[in-house]
Design a binder for this molecule. Structure first.
Ligand SMILES: Cc1cc2nc3c(=O)[nH]c(=O)nc-3n(C[C@H](O)[C@H](O)[C@H](O)COP(=O)(O)OP(=O)(O)OC[C@H]3O[C@@H](n4cnc5c(N)ncnc54)[C@H](O)[C@@H]3O)c2cc1C
Length: 491
């Protein structure tokens, strides 16, 4: 009996040793020294290099107006460059790289409002508002994105009682295709407001943004594991109406997609386990990308994540500042290279009542195509307040899919197949797919998922009659809608 006990312990230690070796030994640290031409604009996946004629980095509104008025032809706009399907560029366009247009203009701490230039990142804004113990009301999980890119995509985060970012925007200052500067809000130039937010750089340049802020509070983590089909009821009974919940998401575990772990962060007065107010910008991430690779590499890695790594991680209490939890850095995900394989995201939004039926369809498609899914994170969003390209037409659950794929033509084609099947499935459930990712949807699917697309195109024709604001997304769906434009084919 004692022998058997020691054998079990020895096997466990051996397994743990192998795991640690796997994670910490760098088998492929042959990072290519990539020298990117300044006129090649690419995104984080490195799958979409696009040659533009000139890159301009404005630092003032005058620079943007000047760039528009002193040129003719296509203009593309880029923020943090984290969208993943060419949404930031167009061949031979003048590219506005907004990242140096990044000042905080006014901070009204008493009324919890801030006005910024749109190229500022969330992380840089957090640095300023944290001094007043204020927080961004709605943003993504990571803090590297720009405010302008986030508004143009109409992003969301893990916040309970919130939804698309448009719900936290008080007003914006836009620069139109003729160089005119206009302010817009839900009550002033509202059509422009609802077109530009979620408009993927197709309506105007978003120059300045006034956002409502929230209080920075201490939050404590709670987690629970359950069957996927218990989640909807669990959410409705425990999370949906609890005003103490600040952040919430739930992770469905691949490859079986039957178990889910809910992770919530609630207001607390308990003592901090992490004293730091924000995650340091120059933190180095050595083991995190290796864990992601380990999980992606095999079903054993996925099993270890679910049954060993996360139970250990979540066995520790975590009490920290809301701003700390909102300051994650995407570098924690960045692999050593993206030459033959890359990591990408997809996202699908379904009305809350259709959670179970979509979860089944999605899992079946992934299994049938043997897609290498690393995680499916569930988020909740209240309905959009009126943007023309709203993805939350009603109250929805978001299914955020993080996966790994090959970079070869064949691998990209096979992703396109499952991707279109899932879009059909989400449309069947009266939902929508998210637009910042790879452009696999057909225009027919786009129009079904975004029923106000025609209104959006009509607005674009009116405010951008010479079709100056372009990118690959609008090349795909707008040019086919406007046969008179000098566009290319849909597919
Ligand atoms: C690791 C990772 C995690 C993510 N997590 C989330 C998440 O939690 N929630 C979520 O909703 N999304 C998420 N996304 C998607 C991401 O939020 C969007 O791609 C977002 O747009 C990124 O902001 P950006 O500054 O990189 O914008 P970019 O990718 O640079 O631009 C996005 C679009 O906005 C336009 N644009 C940029 N700046 C302006 C401007 N000033 N005026 C007009 N148009 C402009 C561009 O032309 C483009 O069409 C994630 C993406 C990644 C890679």
């Amino acid at each position: 009996m004692i022998k058997l006990f020691f054998k079990i312990i020895a096997s466990f230690l051996l397994l743990l040793g192998l795991l640690v070796a796997y994670i910490f030994i760098d088998f492929d640290d042959n990072r290519p020294q990539k020298i990117e031409q300044p006129t090649t604009v690419n995104d984080i996946t490195q799958l979409n290099p696009i040659e533009v004629t000139r890159v301009i980095q404005p630092t003032s509104i005058e620079d943007i107006v000047g760039a528009i008025q002193s040129s003719t032809g296509a203009i593309s706009i880029g923020g943090g460059r984290f969208s993943q399907g060419g949404q930031i560029a167009y061949p031979d366009s003048i590219h506005l790289d907004m990242r140096a247009f990044n000042k905080v203009l006014t901070l009204d701490a008493a009324h919890k409002k801030v006005t910024v230039q749109s190229g500022i990142t969330w992380r840089d804004l957090q640095e300023v508002i944290d001094t007043e113990n204020l927080s961004i009301k709605i943003m993504q999980t990571y803090a590297n994105f720009t405010v302008g890119g986030s508004l143009s995509v109409n992003v969301h985060g893990r916040y309970i009682g919130e939804g698309p970012i448009i719900r936290s925007v008080e007003s914006i200052k836009l620069i139109k295709a003729n160089g005119e500067i206009v302010s817009a809000s839900p009550t002033k130039n509202s059509t422009l407001f609802y077109g530009a937010i979620g408009g993927y750089g197709g309506i105007a340049v978003i120059a300045e943004v006034t956002l409502n802020l929230a209080d920075n509070v201490k939050v404590k983590r709670y987690t629970e594991k359950m069957n996927v089909h218990s989640y909807k009821e669990y959410f409705s009974a425990n999370i949906r109406h609890d005003q103490n919940v600040v952040f919430h998401n739930a992770d469905i575990y691949p490859p079986n997609f039957t178990d889910i772990r809910s992770v919530s962060w609630l207001n607390t007065y308990e003592t901090l386990t992490v004293e730091q107010r924000l995650i340091s910008k120059d933190k180095e991430y050595t083991w995190q990308p290796k864990v992601a690779k380990f999980v992606a590499d095999s079903n054993f890695g996925k099993w270890m994540r679910q049954h060993v790594l996360e139970p250990i991680l979540y066995s520790f209490d975590a009490v920290q500042w809301r701003n700390y939890e909102a300051s994650y850095d995407v570098n924690e995900l960045e692999p050593s290279n993206r030459t033959t394989q890359t990591y990408a995201l997809r996202e699908y939004f379904v009305p809350v009542e259709n959670f179970d039926s979509f979860a089944i369809k999605m899992a079946n498609i992934f299994k049938q195509h043997q897609a290498n899914i690393i995680n499916v994170s569930i988020r909740h969003a209240l309905p959009d307040s009126g943007s023309l390209l709203a993805w939350a037409k009603t109250e929805v659950f978001a299914f955020v899919v993080y996966y790994r794929q090959g970079t070869s033509e064949a691998a990209q084609q096979s992703v396109k197949v499952w991707s279109r099947e899932i879009i059909d499935a989400v449309i069947e459930e009266n939902g929508a797919y998210y637009l910042p990712y790879q452009l696999h949807a057909t225009t027919e699917q786009f129009v079904k998922a975004y029923p106000k697309a025609d209104e959006f195109f009509e607005l674009k024709r009116k405010v951008d009659p010479d079709y100056r604001f372009r990118n690959k997304l609008w090349q795909q769906h707008y040019e086919t809608n406007n046969k008179q434009l000098d566009g290319s084919d849909d597919e």
